[in-house]
Design a protein around this ligand. Structure first.
Ligand SMILES: C[S@@+](CC[C@H](N)C(=O)[O-])C[C@H]1O[C@@H](n2cnc3c(N)ncnc32)[C@H](O)[C@@H]1O
Length: 399
């Protein structure tokens, strides 16, 4: 399933603003890099003509940069919690003749601090993220700012509209067009600027010394995920594991427990979400202050991590990228883990039983053992074989 980003024969988006060549990130020539909501919004903006030449335009959650590329002639600011989305925006700008810096991107967890004339919001998957963004957005609006939301109709609920209404002001929707909808919002001057309730926190039930802080976009923001819990309960304790990776770390719970049980280990936390890495760093520092060494990086899987450099990789893989679901990212994480592991190094992964990671890992590593399971999850372990011991099947799977 690709969550409304349809299969395509063309990579070109055709809208009144022009024709644009767009690619997804990671690249997937079979799927479009925009959805019907992007097209609806761009057509609507053109019909309405609300943008003056010097208009300051803020775009939130632009999936692969379709909106920002089509509107790049204006002064565009783009805010996105996803590193992959930001990279897609840069390469799509370049593919369409603009410098990658044409659109100002915010790489932090905050919205840019500029007064904006027009705001376009692709409705994110996580309601808490929308809530946080609307609170952060409100002080940037002036009397005449125009605000438009857009999304696939099935992702726009009453709760979505209530957030716009209560934080920004009167909200209506258009009729659905090709299963997408626009949200039209007016700034209510009488409403005061509220405060985002995020980040929030919970006490870690498996080790009550730790209080886990979560920024708005985080996976399992209000309690420890049951899959993560099972992995934590089967965390290896082994002095050989000196370099441990928490891949797709979210708030960092898995890596923090690994660090506490393996006191000589150095940790690497990786996630493609800026809010995840900010949360993981806050949580790790609260747990260990500066007594432990750890690196926190926003990046794609283990890109740039040297081959054969890590002893243990821990993964609770994602099953969606924004609104799209599937195991493509999990598969890339597993392949990257194998590459980055030392010979004799170990992968430990928790996943939903029905996702059948076992067969894939076995194919790639030549071995895979189930070390724990319950009704919903399995914890799998695989070792990277000593030199020369890879099966022919494993070598083929790596290509
Ligand atoms: C299922 S969550 C697990 C979070 C955390 N490890 C836990 O157990 O609570 C998967 C995480 O993978 C991250 N992720 C998704 N795609 C990624 C990518 N290409 N590279 C790195 N991290 C990614 C998501 O942002 C998310 O935080």
């Amino acid at each position: 399933m690709n969550g409304g980003l349809p299969a395509t024969e063309s990579r070109n988006l055709q809208v009144p603003q022009g024709e644009f060549e767009l690619q997804r990130n990671p690249r997937d020539g079979r799927l479009q890099a925009w959805d019907a909501a992007d097209e609806f919004l761009l057509n609507h903006l053109h019909d309405l003509q609300p943008l003056s030449r010097h208009c300051r335009l803020l775009i939130l959650n632009d999936t692969f940069g379709a909106l920002a590329v089509a509107l790049a002639e204006y002064q565009v600011y783009s805010w996105n919690d996803s590193y992959l989305a930001q990279q897609a925006l840069r390469s799509n700008l370049e593919a369409n003749g603009y410098p990658a810096t044409q659109v100002k991107t915010n790489s932090g967890i905050e919205l840019p601090k500029v007064s904006v004339d027009c705001v376009l919001i692709k409705v994110p998957k996580t309601l808490a993220l929308l809530e946080h963004q609307l609170y952060a957005l409100r002080p940037l609006l002036h009397h005449d700012s125009r605000i438009f939301g857009a999304g696939m109709a099935r992702n726009i609920h009453n709760s979505t509209l209530e957030l716009f209404e209560s934080i920004i002001g009167p909200t209506t929707t258009t009729r659905a067009m090709r299963k997408s909808r626009l949200i039209l919002v007016e700034r209510d001057q009488a409403l005061s600027d509220g405060r985002s309730p995020y980040p929030d926190s919970y006490e870690l039930e498996v080790d009550r010394r730790y209080r886990i802080v979560n920024h708005a976009s985080l996976f399992s923001r209000d309690r420890l995920d049951r899959g993560s819990k099972l992995l934590i309960e089967h965390m290896p304790i082994d002095p050989r594991f000196r370099r441990i990776v928490d891949l797709g770390c979210g708030n960092g719970v898995i890596g923090i427990v690994a660090a506490s049980l393996n006191p000589a280990a150095n940790l690497l936390f990786r996630d493609e979400s800026y809010m995840a890495i900010a949360s993981a760093e806050t949580n790790f520092r609260a747990a260990f202050a500066t007594t432990r060494s750890a690196v926190f990086e926003v990046d794609d899987c283990l890109q740039g991590v040297a081959d054969g450099s890590q002893d243990l990789v821990l993964i609770n893989p994602p099953f969606h990228q924004q609104h799209s679901v599937g195991d493509a990212i999990a598969w890339r994480m597993i392949k990257d883990a194998r590459r980055a592991l030392t010979r004799g190094g170990e992968l430990r992964l928790v996943g939903n039983r029905h996702l059948a990671y076992h067969a894939k890992i076995k194919k790639l590593f030549g071995n895979c053992e189930t070390i724990a399971s319950n009704k919903k999850f399995v914890v799998l372990r695989a070792s990277k074989n000593p030199i020369g011991a890879d099966s022919r099947q494993a070598r083929k799977a790596l290509v």
